[in-house]
Write a protein that binds this ligand. Structure first.
Ligand SMILES: Cc1ncc(COP(=O)(O)O)c(C=O)c1O
Length: 430
């Protein structure tokens, strides 16, 4: 028997057998509300060598920057000296401005999923006791309301009368006038029900009433038109794993000057370290007050940031209008096919359907779970069921990012026809 002195305490527990096996993951066609499949190009970028985001060279160089928003704000000699990671930050920031269609200086990515960006947005904009008006089409409004209550805001949740409907401008205006919120939350595309909330004039109504407009574009960004500056949106956020086909675990946020000033004028300090936009802006070299110097905030998910950079580059190469059109075209193909099968949508009005995620009512003569299983077993395709009140009542079928193309949706349509016909054959009286 070994003496206890010769055995390190960390070795008292044997290495787990599970970890002795290599990790294998079979690729599936992810036709869900996300995450979607990640392209080889993005995966390759994620595998690039990790660099130190605190490269000393990087500090030396960045003191010379004057205007990080302008491509001509620095000379060529300086560009050559930029550390690779700083270049990634600059590229990502520019890419975020492009996909959100905004000139907002504060445009950056956060190491954390869409929920992290959601929480970051509200914890910067709101203070304890502030009124927070939430338009709730489904799960995401409910989630932001839960986070708001946890944080001690006075949350007013306006629930949609019927799932699958959207709010009218009149309803929104009346609620703002009645409750006088500091911030209004709107989920542009709600993936839990498949709605696309019209955004025109909501910004105007908010600002006429001294309220900031916060938009959740986690799913709608690049899959439906969303012009942040034209719509006068104060804060908007998104996540990489949806229409960008990026890696899950990173999100993007953009704040306009009105929102930034609002944060700077808070009565109390932002009650989060990780999500404090003042710190984030410094870490991204975006803060005028800090002379655009990059400071250490936390260690970012460097590899995911490479992947996000590449996903943004792919949209920039395609052009955002074409990316949005591609999602719309795929959506029209699938909608037509679903209608031809005699199926109905939860969202009745086609113009209120979120293009890349269709919520389809499961017909009475079909076992919804069996259809999901059939698609997986025979076609290697994953679709999703409903959540909460729609569980067992709808399928949610998505074709985001790399899956929004004629070939993928063609296979999906054929697979759906087959799965439904198979069910009808097996249980005709269901
Ligand atoms: C509209 C919307 N908002 C927020 C989220 C939360 O994002 P995440 O799951 O990345 O935290 C999702 C996720 O699907 C979403 O669809």
């Amino acid at each position: 028997m070994m003496s206890s002195a010769s055995v390190s305490p960390v070795e008292q527990i044997a290495p787990p057998v599970e970890l002795s096996k290599p990790l294998t993951i079979d690729e599936r066609q992810l036709m869900t509300p996300g995450p979607t499949n990640v392209s080889q190009r993005v995966l390759r970028a994620c595998g690039l060598p990790v660099v130190n985001h605190m490269d000393p060279q990087f500090f030396k160089v960045l003191n010379t920057f004057t205007n990080l928003n302008e491509n001509d704000g620095y000379n060529k000699t300086t560009v050559i000296m930029i550390s690779p990671y700083v270049q990634v930050l600059r590229d990502v920031s520019a890419g975020i401005r492009y996909v959100f269609q905004t000139r907002n200086q504060y445009s950056l990515a956060i190491t954390g999923s869409g929920t992290c960006a959601m929480e970051a947005a509200i914890c910067n904009l709101l203070e304890r006791g502030d009124t927070f008006l939430v338009l709730s089409h489904g799960l995401w409004g409910e989630r932001v309301a839960i986070i708001g209550r946890k944080r001690g805001y006075n949350v007013v949740e306006l629930k949609i009368g019927k799932l699958g409907d959207v709010f009218s401008l009149k309803q929104i205006e009346e609620a703002i006038v009645e409750h006088k919120p500091k911030v209004l939350y709107v989920c542009h595309g709600d993936s839990s029900v498949g709605t696309l909330q019209p955004m025109d004039n909501i910004g105007r109504v908010c600002h006429q009433n001294g309220c900031l407009l916060l938009v959740d574009a986690v799913v709608s960004l690049c899959s439906a038109p969303l012009d942040t500056d034209r719509l006068d949106i104060d804060v908007v956020y998104c996540a990489a794993q949806k229409a960008l086909s990026g890696p899950p675990g990173v999100s993007m946020i953009s704040l306009n000057d009105r929102a930034v000033q609002h944060v700077k004028n808070r009565r109390t300090d932002v009650d989060s370290y990780y999500m404090d936009i003042n710190w984030l802006a410094k870490a991204w070299g975006l803060d005028d007050d800090n002379n655009h110097q990059f400071v250490y905030h936390y260690t970012p998910a460097v590899s995911l940031m490479y992947g996000l950079r590449e996903a943004l580059a792919m949209v920039a190469e395609e052009g955002i209008s074409r990316t949005v059109d591609r999602h719309m075209k795929s959506s029209l193909i699938v909608q037509k096919h679903i209608s031809s099968l005699g199926l109905k949508f939860l969202v009745e009005k086609p113009e209120h359907r979120l293009p890349p995620i269709l919520s389809v009512l499961i017909p009475n003569d079909v076992n919804g779970n069996e259809v999901i299983k059939h698609l997986l077993d025979f076609y290697n395709i994953t679709i999703a069921g409903g959540l909460g009140p729609t569980a067992g009542k709808i399928w949610r079928i998505g074709f985001l990012g790399v899956n929004a193309n004629d070939q993928s949706v063609g296979v999906l349509c054929r697979a759906l026809s087959d799965a439904i016909a198979d069910q009808r054959k097996k249980s005709p009286k269901l």
